[in-house]
Design a protein around this ligand. Sequence first.
Ligand SMILES: Cc1ncc(COP(=O)(O)O)c(C=O)c1O
Length: 367
Amino acid sequence: MRRFPAPEIAPHVAGLIPYQPGKPIAELERELGIRDIIKLASNENALGPSPAAVEAIRAHAGDVHLYPEGSCPALRSALAAKLRVDGSCLAFGNGSDEIIHFLGLAFLTPGDQVIQGSPTFSRYEAAARLAQAQCVRIPLRDWRYDLDAVGDAITAQTRLVFIANPNNPTGTYVTEAELERLLDRISPRCIVCMDEAYFEYVDAPDYPDTVALIREQTNIVILRTFSKLYGLAGLRVGYAVARPEIIAAIEQVREPFNVNHLAQVAALAALGDADHAQRSRAMVASGRAVLTDGLRALGMDVVPSQANFVWADTRRDAQAIFQALLRRGVIVRTGGAFGAPTCIRVTVGTAEQNERLLNTLAEVLAL
Ligand SMILES: Cc1ncc(COP(=O)(O)O)c(C=O)c1O
């Protein structure tokens, strides 16, 4: 057999680490010989999808031989009406992950600079590196985005600033006043991406109303998703809200059928299911308080969260805690990948799941 040399990977891609998914629950159950594993590791909605979305998927399953409508017209008009923006202010992605990637493709050229907090969501850096841009990481302060330090780091080369609000993995948020102070310092050439994947869970009164801001400000992109509150992570639907000029640039790099038909009909149905949204929000509000108090009672430093997860410093080796929890059928996320090896991130589950997590953790810590 002829041997071929390994293909040469583009140098700016070679260093990227592919996303490491956790093992499927079914495989873990077989391996560990246990049942009833609970996963509180990916910030999914423990209530599951809206029943209306499931119904819509069933009703449209017979249409999947057709290409989807690339511009998501029905979802676009429903969302535009809900947000009170024009339809031209919306772009849809195969998850908001894809829109982060689009922003890199549409706005970055080699040598540009991207600014983000650290630790934060990993896809911003990937988008920067794929575009051969330099990613500048500004350390969080007390686990919060430090927007004054972000402002200080901006140079003439800065094209994109990513602000996860609330931030993943810490659940902290930036206030309207902090954001306005940053925006006052930024040239309109620099785009500020407000990633609001968890905004529906926020109850802080000083959280910024960014949709109102885009009416005056040309350089803001808001990202939101159907993966969290709406429970549709497996279908992959996210969206951007921005001025039409920014949306037009995203449209230039979007592939034609990026959001599939079942995802579109399910998202539309979920958007109309106020009851599921309300129950999901209520579950997170009460569960977040239970987890915060419970983890504190176990001696951890817990960061006040505005999202559907909590970030806690165990002050021990979090990897060992993770393994011990895993053997007892509870999966959480460790802080190692975020450069915080003593921390864990726990997704708010159902009342029963939260209780099991706290009881199992108490057992593990007592070992
Ligand atoms: C801050 C943040 N942004 C974006 C995403 C991606 O969400 P989606 O499922 O819409 O791609 C996540 C997912 O966990 C996230 O935590």
